[in-house]
Design a protein around this ligand. Structure first.
Ligand code: ADP
Length: 421
């Protein structure tokens, strides 16, 4: 069994003390004897240190470790252990790095790793095909290679996972969806996906709905017109009158749905409303819309500031919200329409009712097409389930946001906040 390191060191001290004592006893020069013993010990230590230094400088190879025992053996062993651990960690990291690079290489999307200065650290093969970014571009700023204000905005955005659509710099007919994901304090991953086909399908779907609605509009108007004529003629046998009434009601419902679908198609067909925007006096619009309803509405105008927008769309937004507040609350319920300066430099419209409110689980779905909370009430009043989808769309086109606050038993407030111009 190997003696313990401390036992060896104790033996070493014992030899120094013994040598000093023998020297002292033989010569009677205790100080010189102690000095000589310590001198040899220091020389030995220096030699060990030198061996250790040479070994370290040579890369601490296992087979060339200095031959030693005691504390020096322990030190050599610890150094070798630490080196092996760090080598293993390095190997593991390399395997992980290789694996993630292989995943990104085989990715069906373009993947580019950027540093905090938006310089390219790494890119996969697909980046060449979609974004024209190749291996040689490493170290270059991405916004110098792809000149796009949208990409610039994405890179300056602090929101993780932000997305923008751009045209491919390689082929302008290819549309790309860029997504920026943070992958550490100094790195970001930019992913680009070809969405040309998806956009074409969406466009086709939009066109189909718009064309189908257009095609259905005329025959339905004719059917509805004839049904109304028959209904009003008074020559109808009693046994058929209720069927004709229901048919007329349903054809009117279908006409409303088609009108709302056409409105949505129109809203979707143009994104930029800047060219058709005018100065809008909300005080005038609110008063004008409220006049058309035969219920008491409290109007509170707290600012005379105007907004920029498309007048017909803002009228439609107000009408939808005010109409809903009346249809979904019993007669006599208080309704307030307020125009005021909100927080963060916004101008806001509130349509508040004190009706039965909307359960929380429905609120996030209210702007989805054909989503209805109270199906019976909606159908009874000829609702299409598209009103709030239209409101939401109009709000987005005007750079505004629709917020819905509602509490069961208390009432609902629909707020649209516009950016001040
Ligand atoms: P609809 O044509 O059915 O009114 P909307 O999109 O305008 O469609 O509204 C969606 C649903 O939201 C309605 O069916 C109704 O259940 C609910 N809703 C809208 N406004 C209110 C309100 N002020 N109070 C209670 N429920 C409402």
């Amino acid at each position: 069994m190997k003696p313990s390191i401390w036992l060896i060191e104790k033996w070493r001290l014992f030899i120094i003390v013994l040598a000093t004592s023998i020297g002292g006893l033989l010569t009677d020069e205790w100080l010189i004897s102690l000095t000589l013993s310590l001198f040899f010990y220091i020389i030995w230590m220096y030699h060990k240190l030198q061996q250790f230094y040479i070994w370290m400088a040579d890369g601490t190879k296992q087979d060339s470790a200095p031959d030693s025992d005691g504390i020096w053996d322990k030190i050599n062993y610890q150094v070798l252990q630490t080196k092996n651990k760090s080598n293993n960690r390095k190997k593991r990291m390399n395997v992980l790095l290789k694996r993630s690079q292989n995943i990104l290489k085989g990715f069906p999307y373009a993947a580019i790793v950027l540093n905090q200065n938006n310089e390219i650290d790494w890119s996969n093969k697909k980046s060449g095909l979609l974004l024209n970014i190749v291996k040689n571009d490493r170290g270059q700023r991405i916004n110098n290679l792809i000149r796009s204000p949208k990409l610039y905005k994405l890179l300056s955005s602090s929101e993780d996972g932000s997305e923008v659509e751009i045209e491919s710099p390689k082929d302008l007919s290819t549309q790309l969806l860029l997504k920026l994901i943070s992958i550490g304090p100094d790195s970001k991953l930019l992913i680009a996906r070809d969405i040309t086909q998806r956009n074409k399908t969406l466009e086709m779907r939009k066109n189909f709905i718009s064309n189908a609605s257009h095609e259905l509009r005329t025959p339905l108007t004719v059917i509805s017109g004839y049904l109304e004529m028959i209904k009003e003629s008074g020559e109808l046998p009693k046994s058929l009158s209720s069927q004709i009434d229901v048919s007329y009601e349903q054809s009117e419902r279908m006409r409303n749905i088609i009108e709302d679908l056409l409105t949505l198609s129109r809203l979707e067909s143009t994104d930029d409303i800047q060219d058709i925007s005018v100065d809008i006096d909300m005080n005038e619009i609110i008063n004008h819309v409220c006049q058309d309803f035969d219920r008491k509405i409290t109007i509170e105008i707290e600012t005379n500031k105007t907004i920029q927008g498309v007048e017909t769309e803002i009228i439609s937004l107000c009408t939808n919200l005010i109409q809903n507040s009346m249809f979904y609350t019993p007669k006599g319920t208080k309704i307030i329409v307020r125009w005021y300066e909100g927080e963060n430099d916004k101008l806001c419209l509130d349509v508040q009712d004190f009706g039965k409110g909307i359960p929380e689980k429905h609120i996030v779905h209210l702007t989805e097409r054909f989503y209805r909370v109270d199906k019976g009430r909606s159908k009874e009043r000829g609702g299409t389930g598209l009103g709030l989808a239209i409101v939401n769309h109009i709000a987005h086109r005007h750079n505004a946001e629709l917020r819905i606050d509602s509490k069961v038993g208390v009432g609902s407030t629909f707020t649209v906040c516009f950016v001040k111009v």
